[in-house]
Write a protein of this length. Structure first.
Length: 66
C-alpha cells in the first residue's frame, strides 16, 4: 500500500467517524453534542470566533480556491 492510499484511508476513516458522531448526537439521550451545538458554543467567546474564522479560512483555502 502506498503512502497516498494510506492517507486516503485515514481521511475516509476520520470522515466516517465524524458522520457517526453527528448521527449519534441526533438521539434524544445522547451526551454527544452536535456540530451545530459545538459551533454555537465556540461563537460565544471572542477567541472561539477567531478559531471558527480560522477554520473556515483554512477550509476555503484548501478546498474552494481552485
Amino acid at each position: 500500500m502506498t503512502s497516498r492510499e494510506v492517507t486516503l484511508v485515514v481521511w475516509a476513516a476520520l470522515g466516517l467517524a465524524l458522520v457517526a458522531l453527528e448521527v449519534a448526537s441526533r438521539f434524544d439521550a445522547s451526551p454527544v453534542p452536535s456540530f451545530r451545538d459545538l459551533v454555537t458554543r465556540a461563537m460565544r467567546t471572542p477567541s472561539g470566533r477567531v478559531g471558527v474564522l480560522a477554520a473556515w479560512l483554512w477550509v476555503g483555502l484548501h478546498y474552494f480556491s481552485r
